[in-house]
Write a protein that binds this ligand. Sequence first.
Ligand code: FES
Ligand SMILES: [Fe+2]
Length: 461
Amino acid sequence: MSQPQFKPPYCDAIDYQQILDADTRTPPAVLRERSEPDLGTGAIPIEHYISPEFFKAQIEKVWMRTWQMACREEEIPNVGDFHVYNVVGKSLIIVRAAENEIKALYNSCLHRGRKLVTHDGCKEQFKCAFHGFVWKNDGTFLENPMAWDFPQCPAEKMRLPEAKVGTWGGFVFVNFDPNAKPLESTLGVIPRHFERWRPEDRYMSAHVQKRVKANWMACAEAFMESHHAITTHPQIMPFVTDANAQYDVFSDHVTRHISARGYQSPFVTDRVYTQDEIAEAMLAGGGRGSLMVNRASTKVPPGSTARAYVADLMRKALEAETGRDHSNASDAELGDSLVYNVFPNFSVWGGFIPGLVYRWLPDGKSHDSTIMEIRILRQAPENGPRPESAKLRFLGENEPWSSAPELGGLGAVVEQDWGNLPYVQEGLEASGTNMVQLGRYSEMRIRRQHLTLDAYMDGRI
Ligand code: FES
Ligand SMILES: [Fe+2]
């Protein structure tokens, strides 16, 4: 990267790279990479979060021009399967038109505009429910019951328009911009970094959505740094590095943060947790490790550490669950939060244990309402049938994230984040400065989001 790199001060606690030095296995080279451009300390205008006019302009300048994750390939496994992707008032039918071909057809009848489909399903043809115009599931026009009255609409002019489609790691991405650069230009380092972790070999063990009264960016940013743990998630402080997390900005679109497991937070200064206490906290719920091994109490073998011991439990649990050899999986890949974000609204966790995928979708054309989605991707067994993916659960207003059993203990953690979000939006609206301040290092991923947003809004990207 050509920009000047960040210079300390960092948090003075143990650094993530020092944690890797002490691990029992050599970590992959991608975890040794650092990219810390100095993005400065400028304040962020709250217009980005609270202005309906700004959001309206964003629809054309950002949402109609960026690559967005629409669904997983396993949601449309068979020819004719389709998923309806709704965003900012637009709608696409993401359809498997042939075994190896996925299309994104505009979900709007070319007669008088009715949506062709409103729910996911499987069809050979899309027949409009209003007057019966019919299209094949690859967008080819088939029939107009009143063809004699539409001399201006020969079949060749009636193909359903399409958005661009790209795939990576079992995810299907779409882009409304016909001139968009290929998906790879947005994903940057991601395919290389995820080569070992193979999200394409995973199935969804959870797929949960919930609406919140807050701007999509405010929601995304609640999941882009670790140092909110001290006040929002105090129960994870025995085993998580927060102020001393590592942050990377790889490109305009791709950022990462890494928070290690098995080391107590530097915010805890009044006591030193024993290795048994750390291991117990890691396995008792709330961490991804608890999705594989859940124990109320445990004993770390003499001479070992909670981090190495829990990593070993994960290695064994993964081998039992998948039949795949994980003897070379590093401790880091079996516990740490390796959180990658892709502008505008997609986030995917690396590593071998069950991984999280977040998406923050603006709720229709509202600047202050968001549908947040969490998926858990779990490794499929090496042999035998691929487990069926979880069906979408949409939580109602009074159903907390913790009421989705497929999220395990993570639901309660997300519920803690949720407790902030409506008040973040209300507080932004109530601002006396019309500005937001960001940490120079710990919040540089958030700063990058806003700089990239500005670049789209100004037409520089
Ligand atoms: S609006 Fe679709 S057939 Fe008339
Ligand atoms: Fe959080």
